[in-house]
Design a protein around this ligand. Structure first.
Ligand code: ATP
Ligand code: MG
Length: 369
């Protein structure tokens, strides 16, 4: 009998290398905190294609639907560049996201003090930063109909004679479910949500604002809620990002704002993410955790990869899937301590120097801490 079920999908490139370090961390929690994980491992991406001829086997998909959380490394690599579109490694990940209906994408931007000088901004703006962007992931302008590129022949004024169309479309239900996710997350953090849209120029933005407010007033009156136009939000993220706790926004704005926020913290090797779906029978959301970085074929197999993004993704699983907030805090503090001690994988090595370590040594240091 096991408390938490976890499916590990290491994937391709540096995926298996960084995942090996997460395994050490899991082992530590099992031995020292008595946590019981039922861990299974399977193939995704190019690794799955090599074995099954497709980037995600049906059995793996079925397993992902049953576990409390999926932890994924990375998929893809040059070896698979010429494959048919439907067989590409990335399709394996997209299938997971789609069939699990993961509508809330979580991208934290957390700045560890030891790395504050890595930021694109000044230390005094980012030191201690800890915000979470919740992006709606399954709807909006990326999916709305009608869409397409059409001839615009009846319009002689239009040089070139074509028109490109996308539709921003949100239902109240789609907005409410991602708003609900954001409020739930805020309760486990700073209890503050800022919703971003363009209600000044977009009908979907007006609906967005009304529905987020509705969820707040009816279900989460104790969480502080504010609204901001997304353009102002972009400015505020760069001017004073620490004013935020949780930001909830649509698919398009979330895409842009989360990339901007990522650069507040420095290296790609540090950024975790989570994608959450509807609550299952046990009350836990369907969930997939993964580092933001890709398979990094240029450094794969050399022991150079930074495992911290993947380890912090596991910390998110502890917090959001397993309700082990204290363990998540402790793991993040261990990462912080190791960085403060000057331990550095190559991607984190700045002008001030430090102790150079391999992927595996970084995992050992964090586990010791
Ligand atoms: P994808 O298309 O899968 O997002 P990508 O080509 O955009 O992949 P990554 O695979 O994320 O990019 O790699 C981008 C750069 O960042 C590479 O030079 C890679 O070496 C570096 N990089 C990515 N992840 C890490 C990591 N964990 N540690 C160290 N360097 C990394
Ligand atoms: Mg990329």
């Amino acid at each position: 009998m096991s408390d938490y079920s976890l499916l590990i999908l290491p994937g391709d490139g540096i995926g298996p290398e960084v995942m090996a370090e997460v395994r050490k961390v899991i082992g530590w929690f099992q031995t020292n905190r008595g946590m019981r994980f039922d861990v299974s491992e399977d193939l995704v991406g190019g690794a799955a294609y090599d074995k099954h001829g497709k980037p995600l086997a049906d059995e793996t998909m079925a397993k992902a639907q049953q576990v409390d959380a999926v932890l994924l490394g990375a998929v893809g690599g040059p070896k698979y560049d010429n494959l048919d579109f439907s067989l590409k490694p990335e399709r394996g990940l997209l299938r997971l996201r789609k069939e699990m209906d993961l509508y809330a994408n979580l991208r934290p931007a957390q700045c560890f003090d030891a790395l504050a000088d890595f930021s694109s901004l000044k230390r005094n703006i980012v030191a201690g930063l800890d915000i979470l962007i919740v992006r709606e992931l399954t709807s909006g302008v990326y999916f709305g109909e009608p869409r397409g590129i059409h001839d615009d022949n009846n319009n002689p004024e239009n040089e070139g004679g074509r028109v490109g169309i996308n539709t921003q479309r949100y239902t109240s239900g789609e907005i409410r479910r991602v708003a609900r996710a954001a409020f739930e997350l805020a309760k486990k953090r700073g209890n503050k949500v800022c919703s971003m849209e363009k209600a000044n120029v977009m009908e979907s933005g007006i609906l967005w604002r009304e529905e987020v407010q509705w969820v707040h007033d009816n279900e989460f009156p104790d969480v502080e809620l504010s609204h901001m136009y997304a353009d102002n939000g972009a400015m505020q993220l760069v001017r004073n990002p620490r004013q935020f706790d949780v930001i909830v926004t649509d698919n398009l704005f979330g895409d842009i704002l989360s990339d901007a926020a990522a650069m507040l913290t420095g290296s790609l090797g540090m950024l975790p993410s989570a994608s959450l779906g509807a609550p299952m029978d046990n009350g836990r959301p369907k969930a997939l955790y993964e580092p933001v970085h890709g398979s990094a074929p240029d450094i794969a197999g050399q022991g150079k990869a930074n495992p911290i993004a993947c380890i912090l993704s596991f910390a998110m699983a502890l917090r959001y899937s397993f309700n082990e907030g204290q363990a998540a805090d402790d793991l993040e503090k261990a990462v912080e301590k190791v960085l403060a001690d000057g331990v550095r994988t190559a991607d984190l090595m700045g002008p001030e120097g430090g102790t150079p370590v391999s992927t595996s040594e970084m995992g050992d240091k964090i586990t010791e801490a």
